[in-house]
Write a protein that binds this ligand. Structure first.
Ligand code: ASP
Length: 322
Protein backbone atom coordinates (compact mmCIF):
# COMPACT_ATOMS: atom_id res chain seq x y z
CA UNK A 1 0.00 0.00 0.00
CA UNK A 2 2.76 2.33 1.05
CA UNK A 3 4.81 1.36 -2.00
CA UNK A 4 1.90 1.96 -4.28
CA UNK A 5 1.36 5.43 -2.86
CA UNK A 6 4.98 6.33 -3.41
CA UNK A 7 4.96 5.00 -6.95
CA UNK A 8 1.82 6.95 -7.75
CA UNK A 9 3.26 10.23 -6.50
CA UNK A 10 6.56 9.58 -8.25
CA UNK A 11 4.69 8.94 -11.49
CA UNK A 12 2.78 12.16 -11.05
CA UNK A 13 5.89 14.22 -10.46
CA UNK A 14 7.72 12.56 -13.34
CA UNK A 15 5.14 13.89 -15.78
CA UNK A 16 6.24 17.35 -16.91
CA UNK A 17 4.06 19.89 -15.12
CA UNK A 18 1.87 21.89 -17.49
CA UNK A 19 2.91 25.54 -17.66
CA UNK A 20 -0.14 26.82 -15.84
CA UNK A 21 -0.14 24.19 -13.07
CA UNK A 22 1.87 26.11 -10.52
CA UNK A 23 0.76 29.57 -11.65
CA UNK A 24 0.50 31.92 -9.85
CA UNK A 25 3.08 31.24 -7.17
CA UNK A 26 3.96 34.88 -6.45
CA UNK A 27 2.24 38.30 -6.66
CA UNK A 28 1.09 39.59 -10.04
CA UNK A 29 1.91 43.14 -11.10
CA UNK A 30 -1.06 44.93 -12.70
CA UNK A 31 0.33 47.93 -14.58
CA UNK A 32 -2.10 50.88 -14.57
CA UNK A 33 -1.45 53.62 -17.14
CA UNK A 34 -2.94 56.50 -15.12
CA UNK A 35 -2.76 58.08 -11.67
CA UNK A 36 -4.25 56.57 -8.53
CA UNK A 37 -7.78 57.70 -7.78
CA UNK A 38 -8.96 57.79 -11.42
CA UNK A 39 -11.28 55.46 -13.33
CA UNK A 40 -8.67 53.04 -14.71
CA UNK A 41 -7.05 52.78 -11.29
CA UNK A 42 -10.47 52.14 -9.73
CA UNK A 43 -11.21 49.40 -12.27
CA UNK A 44 -7.79 47.85 -11.59
CA UNK A 45 -8.33 47.88 -7.83
CA UNK A 46 -11.86 46.43 -7.95
CA UNK A 47 -10.98 43.73 -10.49
CA UNK A 48 -7.47 43.04 -9.13
CA UNK A 49 -8.67 42.54 -5.58
CA UNK A 50 -11.22 39.93 -6.61
CA UNK A 51 -8.99 38.19 -9.15
CA UNK A 52 -6.39 37.90 -6.39
CA UNK A 53 -8.91 36.03 -4.25
CA UNK A 54 -9.78 33.75 -7.17
CA UNK A 55 -6.14 32.96 -7.90
CA UNK A 56 -4.82 32.91 -4.32
CA UNK A 57 -2.15 35.53 -5.04
CA UNK A 58 -1.88 39.24 -4.46
CA UNK A 59 -2.27 41.73 -7.34
CA UNK A 60 0.16 44.63 -6.94
CA UNK A 61 -1.06 47.85 -8.58
CA UNK A 62 1.74 49.65 -10.46
CA UNK A 63 0.65 53.17 -11.54
CA UNK A 64 3.17 53.78 -14.35
CA UNK A 65 1.79 57.17 -15.39
CA UNK A 66 2.66 59.60 -18.16
CA UNK A 67 2.42 60.06 -21.93
CA UNK A 68 -1.27 59.02 -22.04
CA UNK A 69 -0.51 55.48 -20.96
CA UNK A 70 2.26 54.70 -23.43
CA UNK A 71 4.85 54.27 -20.66
CA UNK A 72 2.74 51.67 -18.85
CA UNK A 73 1.82 49.72 -21.97
CA UNK A 74 5.45 49.70 -23.16
CA UNK A 75 6.50 48.34 -19.79
CA UNK A 76 4.17 45.35 -20.14
CA UNK A 77 4.95 44.81 -23.83
CA UNK A 78 8.62 44.39 -22.87
CA UNK A 79 7.98 42.31 -19.70
CA UNK A 80 8.83 38.62 -19.34
CA UNK A 81 5.75 36.75 -20.66
CA UNK A 82 5.21 34.63 -17.57
CA UNK A 83 1.85 35.97 -16.36
CA UNK A 84 3.37 38.04 -13.55
CA UNK A 85 3.14 41.38 -15.35
CA UNK A 86 -0.17 42.29 -16.97
CA UNK A 87 -1.66 45.38 -18.49
CA UNK A 88 -4.98 47.04 -17.77
CA UNK A 89 -6.15 49.76 -20.10
CA UNK A 90 -8.91 50.92 -22.37
CA UNK A 91 -10.03 52.23 -25.71
CA UNK A 92 -7.55 55.09 -25.36
CA UNK A 93 -4.40 53.32 -24.22
CA UNK A 94 -4.81 50.15 -26.29
CA UNK A 95 -6.53 51.49 -29.41
CA UNK A 96 -6.41 55.26 -29.96
CA UNK A 97 -2.76 55.61 -28.98
CA UNK A 98 -1.86 53.22 -31.81
CA UNK A 99 -3.16 55.78 -34.30
CA UNK A 100 -2.09 58.97 -32.52
CA UNK A 101 1.51 58.29 -31.53
CA UNK A 102 3.77 57.75 -34.51
CA UNK A 103 6.78 56.46 -32.59
CA UNK A 104 5.40 53.87 -30.20
CA UNK A 105 8.02 51.32 -29.12
CA UNK A 106 5.48 48.49 -29.30
CA UNK A 107 2.69 47.21 -31.54
CA UNK A 108 -0.65 47.13 -29.72
CA UNK A 109 -2.00 44.27 -31.81
CA UNK A 110 1.03 41.98 -31.90
CA UNK A 111 3.18 42.67 -28.81
CA UNK A 112 0.32 41.96 -26.40
CA UNK A 113 -2.19 39.11 -26.17
CA UNK A 114 -5.80 39.65 -25.07
CA UNK A 115 -6.70 38.29 -21.62
CA UNK A 116 -10.23 39.58 -20.92
CA UNK A 117 -12.59 42.34 -21.90
CA UNK A 118 -13.77 44.43 -18.93
CA UNK A 119 -16.69 46.87 -18.45
CA UNK A 120 -17.46 49.83 -20.63
CA UNK A 121 -18.24 53.26 -19.35
CA UNK A 122 -20.19 56.11 -20.97
CA UNK A 123 -18.98 59.62 -20.29
CA UNK A 124 -20.52 62.61 -18.60
CA UNK A 125 -20.17 66.20 -19.75
CA UNK A 126 -19.47 67.99 -16.47
CA UNK A 127 -18.40 71.46 -15.33
CA UNK A 128 -17.28 73.23 -12.22
CA UNK A 129 -20.17 74.54 -10.15
CA UNK A 130 -18.84 78.08 -10.69
CA UNK A 131 -19.82 77.98 -14.40
CA UNK A 132 -22.89 80.18 -15.06
CA UNK A 133 -24.47 77.53 -17.33
CA UNK A 134 -27.04 74.86 -16.47
CA UNK A 135 -27.99 73.15 -19.73
CA UNK A 136 -25.91 71.70 -22.51
CA UNK A 137 -27.20 74.39 -24.92
CA UNK A 138 -26.14 77.11 -22.50
CA UNK A 139 -22.72 75.49 -22.03
CA UNK A 140 -22.15 75.28 -25.78
CA UNK A 141 -23.24 78.91 -26.21
CA UNK A 142 -20.97 80.03 -23.38
CA UNK A 143 -17.94 78.20 -24.80
CA UNK A 144 -18.58 79.72 -28.23
CA UNK A 145 -18.91 83.20 -26.72
CA UNK A 146 -15.71 82.81 -24.68
CA UNK A 147 -13.20 81.19 -27.01
CA UNK A 148 -9.86 80.28 -25.40
CA UNK A 149 -10.99 81.36 -21.92
CA UNK A 150 -12.24 78.00 -20.66
CA UNK A 151 -9.98 75.06 -19.76
CA UNK A 152 -10.88 71.40 -19.73
CA UNK A 153 -8.99 68.45 -18.26
CA UNK A 154 -7.87 65.29 -20.02
CA UNK A 155 -5.54 62.43 -19.19
CA UNK A 156 -3.39 63.33 -22.22
CA UNK A 157 -3.65 62.94 -26.00
CA UNK A 158 -5.37 59.67 -26.82
CA UNK A 159 -6.87 59.15 -23.37
CA UNK A 160 -10.57 58.48 -22.93
CA UNK A 161 -11.17 62.03 -21.76
CA UNK A 162 -9.37 63.36 -24.85
CA UNK A 163 -11.53 61.19 -27.14
CA UNK A 164 -14.56 62.50 -25.22
CA UNK A 165 -13.43 66.09 -25.74
CA UNK A 166 -12.92 65.46 -29.48
CA UNK A 167 -16.43 63.99 -29.73
CA UNK A 168 -17.79 67.03 -27.86
CA UNK A 169 -15.98 69.45 -30.20
CA UNK A 170 -17.26 67.54 -33.22
CA UNK A 171 -20.88 67.35 -32.04
CA UNK A 172 -21.23 70.91 -30.73
CA UNK A 173 -18.77 73.02 -32.72
CA UNK A 174 -17.64 74.49 -29.36
CA UNK A 175 -14.07 74.27 -28.07
CA UNK A 176 -12.08 74.64 -24.86
CA UNK A 177 -8.37 74.55 -24.03
CA UNK A 178 -7.15 71.04 -23.25
CA UNK A 179 -5.05 70.65 -20.11
CA UNK A 180 -3.31 67.25 -19.80
CA UNK A 181 -3.08 65.45 -16.44
CA UNK A 182 -1.56 62.12 -15.38
CA UNK A 183 -5.07 60.79 -14.97
CA UNK A 184 -8.58 62.09 -14.59
CA UNK A 185 -8.54 61.40 -10.83
CA UNK A 186 -6.34 64.50 -10.28
CA UNK A 187 -8.17 66.35 -13.09
CA UNK A 188 -11.59 66.00 -11.47
CA UNK A 189 -10.16 67.36 -8.20
CA UNK A 190 -9.09 70.47 -10.13
CA UNK A 191 -12.57 70.64 -11.67
CA UNK A 192 -14.10 70.64 -8.19
CA UNK A 193 -11.70 73.49 -7.30
CA UNK A 194 -12.57 75.39 -10.54
CA UNK A 195 -8.91 75.30 -11.66
CA UNK A 196 -10.37 73.86 -14.85
CA UNK A 197 -14.00 74.36 -15.86
CA UNK A 198 -15.09 71.44 -18.02
CA UNK A 199 -14.50 67.74 -18.67
CA UNK A 200 -15.94 64.92 -20.69
CA UNK A 201 -15.22 62.28 -18.11
CA UNK A 202 -16.01 58.63 -17.49
CA UNK A 203 -19.07 58.40 -15.26
CA UNK A 204 -17.22 56.10 -12.84
CA UNK A 205 -14.95 59.06 -12.07
CA UNK A 206 -17.37 61.98 -12.07
CA UNK A 207 -20.74 60.54 -11.02
CA UNK A 208 -19.88 60.29 -7.28
CA UNK A 209 -18.92 64.00 -7.33
CA UNK A 210 -22.08 64.91 -9.27
CA UNK A 211 -24.15 63.05 -6.66
CA UNK A 212 -22.30 64.91 -3.90
CA UNK A 213 -23.12 68.26 -5.58
CA UNK A 214 -19.44 69.13 -6.12
CA UNK A 215 -19.65 69.41 -9.92
CA UNK A 216 -22.50 69.82 -12.43
CA UNK A 217 -23.54 67.21 -15.01
CA UNK A 218 -25.08 68.20 -18.35
CA UNK A 219 -25.43 65.03 -20.39
CA UNK A 220 -24.35 61.44 -20.85
CA UNK A 221 -22.59 60.48 -24.10
CA UNK A 222 -24.68 57.37 -24.72
CA UNK A 223 -27.58 56.40 -26.97
CA UNK A 224 -29.91 55.97 -23.98
CA UNK A 225 -29.99 57.26 -20.42
CA UNK A 226 -28.23 55.09 -17.86
CA UNK A 227 -30.09 53.35 -15.03
CA UNK A 228 -27.33 54.62 -12.70
CA UNK A 229 -28.14 58.26 -13.50
CA UNK A 230 -31.67 58.36 -14.94
CA UNK A 231 -32.02 62.11 -14.36
CA UNK A 232 -29.11 62.94 -16.67
CA UNK A 233 -30.26 63.39 -20.28
CA UNK A 234 -28.35 62.05 -23.27
CA UNK A 235 -26.43 64.62 -25.30
CA UNK A 236 -28.71 63.74 -28.22
CA UNK A 237 -31.75 64.83 -26.20
CA UNK A 238 -30.19 68.32 -26.04
CA UNK A 239 -29.63 68.27 -29.80
CA UNK A 240 -25.96 67.16 -29.89
CA UNK A 241 -25.83 63.44 -30.64
CA UNK A 242 -22.56 61.91 -29.47
CA UNK A 243 -21.72 58.43 -28.29
CA UNK A 244 -18.45 57.61 -26.59
CA UNK A 245 -18.01 54.68 -24.22
CA UNK A 246 -14.64 53.74 -22.79
CA UNK A 247 -14.34 49.94 -22.65
CA UNK A 248 -11.56 48.37 -20.59
CA UNK A 249 -9.51 45.22 -20.89
CA UNK A 250 -6.62 43.13 -19.65
CA UNK A 251 -3.63 42.10 -21.79
CA UNK A 252 -0.42 40.13 -21.25
CA UNK A 253 2.90 40.27 -23.10
CA UNK A 254 3.08 38.29 -26.35
CA UNK A 255 4.30 34.75 -25.64
CA UNK A 256 2.43 34.35 -22.35
CA UNK A 257 1.43 30.64 -22.21
CA UNK A 258 -2.20 30.05 -23.16
CA UNK A 259 -2.82 28.09 -19.92
CA UNK A 260 -1.87 31.17 -17.94
CA UNK A 261 -4.03 33.45 -20.10
CA UNK A 262 -6.92 30.99 -19.55
CA UNK A 263 -6.42 31.09 -15.77
CA UNK A 264 -6.39 34.88 -15.72
CA UNK A 265 -9.43 34.96 -17.99
CA UNK A 266 -11.35 32.54 -15.73
CA UNK A 267 -10.56 34.71 -12.70
CA UNK A 268 -11.72 37.85 -14.56
CA UNK A 269 -14.98 36.17 -15.61
CA UNK A 270 -15.63 34.96 -12.04
CA UNK A 271 -14.95 38.51 -10.84
CA UNK A 272 -17.58 40.08 -13.08
CA UNK A 273 -20.11 37.41 -12.09
CA UNK A 274 -19.81 38.39 -8.43
CA UNK A 275 -23.09 40.12 -7.44
CA UNK A 276 -21.42 42.72 -5.19
CA UNK A 277 -18.96 43.69 -7.94
CA UNK A 278 -21.71 43.82 -10.55
CA UNK A 279 -23.77 46.09 -8.30
CA UNK A 280 -20.80 48.38 -7.64
CA UNK A 281 -19.91 48.65 -11.33
CA UNK A 282 -23.50 49.24 -12.39
CA UNK A 283 -23.91 51.94 -9.75
CA UNK A 284 -21.02 53.80 -11.45
CA UNK A 285 -22.76 53.51 -14.83
CA UNK A 286 -20.57 50.69 -16.16
CA UNK A 287 -21.95 48.22 -18.72
CA UNK A 288 -20.67 44.71 -18.07
CA UNK A 289 -19.54 42.37 -20.85
CA UNK A 290 -20.90 38.81 -21.03
CA UNK A 291 -18.58 35.86 -20.31
CA UNK A 292 -18.62 35.08 -24.07
CA UNK A 293 -17.49 38.64 -24.88
CA UNK A 294 -14.78 38.34 -22.23
CA UNK A 295 -13.16 35.24 -23.77
CA UNK A 296 -9.63 35.98 -25.06
CA UNK A 297 -10.42 35.17 -28.70
CA UNK A 298 -13.66 37.18 -28.76
CA UNK A 299 -11.93 40.07 -27.01
CA UNK A 300 -9.06 39.88 -29.52
CA UNK A 301 -11.54 40.13 -32.43
CA UNK A 302 -13.28 43.07 -30.75
CA UNK A 303 -9.94 44.80 -30.08
CA UNK A 304 -8.87 44.47 -33.74
CA UNK A 305 -12.24 45.77 -34.98
CA UNK A 306 -12.04 48.77 -32.64
CA UNK A 307 -8.48 49.42 -33.75
CA UNK A 308 -9.54 49.59 -37.40
CA UNK A 309 -12.57 51.77 -36.61
CA UNK A 310 -10.59 54.33 -34.58
CA UNK A 311 -7.69 54.39 -37.03
CA UNK A 312 -10.15 55.75 -39.55
CA UNK A 313 -11.80 58.21 -37.14
CA UNK A 314 -8.50 59.58 -35.81
CA UNK A 315 -6.87 59.51 -39.24
CA UNK A 316 -9.70 61.61 -40.64
CA UNK A 317 -9.40 63.99 -37.68
CA UNK A 318 -5.60 64.16 -38.26
CA UNK A 319 -4.82 63.77 -34.54
CA UNK A 320 -1.11 62.92 -34.36
CA UNK A 321 1.82 63.16 -32.00
CA UNK A 322 5.36 62.70 -33.31
N1 ASP B 1 -9.23 56.68 -18.12
C1 ASP B 1 -9.02 58.08 -17.97
C2 ASP B 1 -8.98 58.71 -19.33
O1 ASP B 1 -8.63 58.04 -20.29
C3 ASP B 1 -7.76 58.40 -17.24
C4 ASP B 1 -7.66 57.77 -15.90
O2 ASP B 1 -8.01 56.59 -15.74
O3 ASP B 1 -7.19 58.45 -15.00
O4 ASP B 1 -9.24 59.86 -19.48
Amino acid sequence: MLRRTVVTSLAASAAAPAFGDTYPSRPISLVVPFAAGGPTDLMARIVGEHMARELGQQFVIDNATGAAGTIAVGKVARAVPDGYTISIGHLGTHVANGSIYRNLSYDLLTDLVPVARLPSNPMLIVTANAMPTHTLKELVGYLKANPDRISGGTAGMGSGSHLGALAFFGATGAKYQLVPYRGTGPAVQDLIANQIQVMVDQSSNSLPHVRAGKIRAYAVTARARSAAMPDIATAAEAGYPMEVAIWHGLWAPKGTPTEIVAKLNGAAIATLQDPAIRARMEDLGQDLPTPAEMAPAAFGDFHRAEFAKWKKILGDAAVKVE
